[in-house]
Design a protein around this ligand. Structure first.
Ligand code: AMP
Length: 170
């Protein structure tokens, strides 16, 4: 299945000059969604993953079925101020200003081997912050699996963790 056919480009969203990769057509198609989860799962091969972490919010939609297929838990990495209990908080820079991600301090522990899931790897700052959140718990990040990698933004260069992308946009 050609998954990229189910990703819609929305120009100038959320701001002029950005081509937004809209995964909603893929989510709306059962076969495409299942194929996407299959592809994301391949990053877990041989990694003894014990926990899947999803980055808010499309990483939740994709991460939960990945966790279910692996038979492991799912933990949400959220934007600042959303998680109710004590969190590790990591700030990261955006094009303008900063943002922050949070993870509950007890979401995972040093015995866990965590696979991180998101929809798009762009500049890589979000993923780097997510890795930092997980590592703050003492857990090991075995890698990240994303649907779309915008290679022209070189997100891999900001991340030491192994990254699997289902397809690349150059
Ligand atoms: P970055 O930190 O630049 O790698 O941005 C990655 C995060 O922003 C991911 O959580 C994506 O969901 C979102 N994102 C960045 N660029 C796009 C894009 N062109 N289309 C859709 N989502 C994007």
């Amino acid at each position: 299945m050609e998954l990229s056919a189910f990703i819609r480009d929305v120009p100038d969203f959320p701001e002029p000059g950005i081509v937004f990769k809209d995964i909603t057509p893929m989510l709306a198609n059962n076969d495409a969604r299942r194929a996407a989860v299959d592809e994301l799962l391949s990053a877990a091969d041989g990694q003894a993953v014990t926990m899947v972490a999803g980055i808010e919010s499309r990483g939740f939609i994709l991460g939960v079925p990945v966790a279910e297929r692996l038979g492991v838990g799912f933990i949400p990495i959220r934007k600042a101020g959303k998680l109710p209990a004590e969190t590790h908080r990591v700030e990261y820079s955006l094009e303008y200003g900063t943002d922050a991600l949070e993870l509950h301090v007890d979401a995972c522990d040093p015995n866990d081997r965590v696979l991180i899931i998101d929809d798009v790897l762009a500049t890589g700052g979000t993923l780097a912050a997510a890795v930092e959140c997980v590592e703050a718990t003492g857990a090991t990040v075995v890698g990240a699996s994303v649907l779309i990698e915008l290679t022209f933004l070189a997100g891999r260069t900001r991340n030491a963790t192994p990254i699997h992308s289902v397809f690349e946009v150059a």
